[in-house]
Design a protein around this ligand. Structure first.
Ligand SMILES: NC(=O)c1ccc[n+]([C@@H]2O[C@H](COP(=O)([O-])OP(=O)(O)OC[C@H]3O[C@@H](n4cnc5c(N)ncnc54)[C@H](OP(=O)(O)O)[C@@H]3O)[C@@H](O)[C@H]2O)c1
Length: 256
């Protein structure tokens, strides 16, 4: 991010977890932040931050499952600070499920939050960013997008779609001076990972993950920001080895 220049940031998915920690970091650095989630007024942390930072923080409710509402809130977000420098999409939900107990409603929710919410926001935002002539879009995906793992497919499939969409859009957006970046990180202790009963290698606290993300965005314009490197390496190996090997390995992850 540009040093010593206050950026106008719209962070969608900001009420808790990694998003909330990013809000704290960016406010501390002097940036102007629009923090969005479904009910920002219910986040005691956001309410406290608002009291402390005043106009520098604006809270804007949005439900990314509501496409019409997304279009309206995108207009609102654009007008609050008269434009945006960064749109950071951080919304995500996770419901592990077995194939035998497939839950369509949870699967649809994960598609809405992990993928289609971005799609609903692209159109209204793109027109504004184009007219403005510059901007940065950052989408928080996941290392889970690298390879589908048992019970996690409902989460990782829309994340993989998000990454694929980003790959497809990046060249066109770059031509319009809009820089698109994705973040693929590993396990972070939030309400999402509370649902995991297994050991999570490289588990980070949300503050640590947010610090790594903010630092990476300060220094890197690379398309992909990812950490931790060892989990990335393991999942990359799964992605590139023959399926006969990778699927034999993931079969061993099944609960007996
Ligand atoms: N935790 C991990 O291990 C991990 C690993 C890799 C990637 N990620 C990704 O990192 C991002 C943040 O995850 P987190 O772990 O910090 O989760 P979190 O604590 O549950 O935060 C998710 C945020 O999304 C918001 N949100 C959820 N549904 C929404 C909806 N329909 N409309 C608007 N906002 C909604 C939540 O706000 P409300 O519920 O208040 O609306 C909350 O602010 C997600 O994209 C996640 O997939 C997480």
């Amino acid at each position: 991010m540009k040093k010593n220049i206050s950026q106008r940031i719209w962070l969608v998915g900001a009420s808790q977890g990694i998003g909330l920690e990013l809000v704290k970091i960016w406010l501390g650095q002097g940036h102007r932040v629009i923090a969005s989630a479904r009910h920002t007024e219910s986040s005691a942390d956001l309410v406290m931050l608002k009291q402390r930072y005043g106009e520098q923080l604006q809270c804007l409710n949005i439900d990314v499952a509501d496409a019409q509402g997304c279009a309206e809130q995108a207009e609102q977000a654009w007008s609050i600070f008269d434009g945006l420098d960064i749109w950071f999409y951080n919304v995500g939900t996770y419901h592990p499920m077995t194939a035998a107990q497939w839950n369509l409603s949870d699967f649809l929710k994960m598609n809405q939050t992990n993928y289609l919410g971005v799609v609903a926001l692209i159109l209204p935002l793109q027109q504004h960013f184009n007219t403005q002539g510059h901007g940065r879009w950052v989408w928080n995906a996941s290392l889970a997008s690298y390879f589908g793992l048992p019970y996690g497919g409902g989460y990782s499939a829309p994340k993989a779609a998000l990454v694929n969409l980003a790959q497809a859009l990046q060249p066109e957006l770059a031509e319009q001076n809009i820089q698109l970046q994705i973040i693929n990180h590993g396990f972070v202790r939030t309400r999402l990972t509370e649902k995991n009963a297994f050991a999570m290698p490289g588990l980070l606290e949300p503050e640590q993950a947010a610090q790594q993300i903010a630092k990476a965005l300060d220094h890197s314009t690379a398309f992909e920001i990812c950490f931790p490197w060892h989990l990335r390496m393991v999942l990359s190996l799964l992605r590139f080895m023959p399926y006969s090997w990778s699927l034999a390995l993931t079969r061993k992850m099944l609960r007996t």
